[in-house]
Design a protein around this ligand. Sequence first.
Ligand code: ADP
Length: 501
Amino acid sequence: MSDLFVELTAPNGRKHTQPRGLFINNEFVPSKSGETLTSINPSNESEIVSVYAAGPEDVDTAVAAARKAFKDPSWRDMDTTARGDLLFKLAELIEQHRETLATIETWDNGKPYQVSLNDDLSEVIGTIKYYAGYANKIHGQVIDTSPAKLAYTIREPLGVCGQIIPWNFPLAMAAWKLGPALCTGNTVVLKAAEQTPLSILYLGTLIKEAGFPPGVVNFLNGEGRKAGAALAQHLDVDKIAFTGSTATGKEIMKMAAVNMKNITLETGGKSPLLVFDDCDLDQAVKWSHVGIMYNQGQVCTATSRILVQEGIYDKFVEAFKEYVSKTSVVGDPFKDDTFQGPQVTKTQYERVLAYIESGKSDGAKLVAGGEAYKDVGGKGFFVSPTIFTNVKDNMRIYREEVFGPFVVISSFKTEEEAIERANDTTYGLGAALFTQDITKGHRVARLIEAGMVWINSSNDSDIRIPFGGVKQSGIGRELGEAGLEAYTNKKAIHVNLGTKL
Ligand code: ADP
């Protein structure tokens, strides 16, 4: 076996063949420079394996492959039902390899295996099937003007789509982007995050097995500043879809301007969760916990700012603290009872710890956590679930995205104040609110500046429902029918049926 594949045995004993190359034209190839990057197991800080890292010259090769595939009639003119069948086949293969993919994801990212297996892989399979079903249901319109003209629209693919994904849900983020791009007939060059390079390569083997023509889907690993930037600036890339931080999103927007690429950006958040005093407190506590502590708090829509009406503030804080201490079991992600694994990298771990110090020095009250968690073999990037109260609106921990098991709680008096403070942020991704008053629920939901508002829940997103932000949380929507808009043009065709000059 060449050095492009390596046999690995994961901590749970599962064995698999791990590709290490760049996946271009349905083959794994080394990077031209020979550069690699190394994946680290965040649970014990050991090296898993190194994989090839793309440079600009590899991005050129992948984009050329995608361009060639885009023009090839075998893909361009493929019967739309057959195109859907390819995606259904991919979903079936992912289902067959579900345990292996979930194992790789947990090993590389640190998320609990039960979450990878049941949540992430269900989402991946569900998304691919959802868009497989759309492949033969994408229609243009006939627009009636006069008997002298037949006007109609065709929804055509954009072309070569660059896709840049983050590390918090590697396979799911890939599926969100691949599903709509492929069912509409685009071709793709997708770059995974350098922190989690492994699962996407394994997915490459399934792309090939499913029977996608060479070049339709290409996967690159590589650093954001090198491979990501080369993709975002590439003159032969028609679209860039990005999920990641707001700062990088802004950079990508600038780079994409070079040839006026179509863009979809899904970036950061500091999403508020409002608890009104007429809510079902028990449910508010439980959903608030999911809303911030799920996936080690590494969720862009995490409701990380909890605002509680003053009449029930003390009760909420007490019940929330109790629920977190009972439910957020920190531990080895391969153990079944683990709720919270390690943060993905040392950088993220240190970032969360730095925000803990910031909260303490700014005078917020630490009511739980506030330190590294060292009871999982003494190593790894584990952080105790952290709650700060008495948080002021000008503190960094109230304003900035932390991306960890870290929440701030503050109190409000009136509905007006709650809305004003919920909106007092540069972000606008998610928001949640708890009330038993149905009128108030809808009224407040309309006034909150966010792409998504959950009434009496938090973060129970669904692949059939549009996902995305306003303000500095992004541009455009993914998922649902809205996700198709991001990958098609409406071409208008005018047929003259009688206007004579
Ligand atoms: P985070 O800070 O959470 O790691 P980033 O926004 O930096 O998030 O990264 C998300 C994705 O964007 C990753 O795939 C990363 O490699 C990529 N990326 C980072 N910087 C750049 C850049 N300057 N140009 C293009 N892609 C980038």
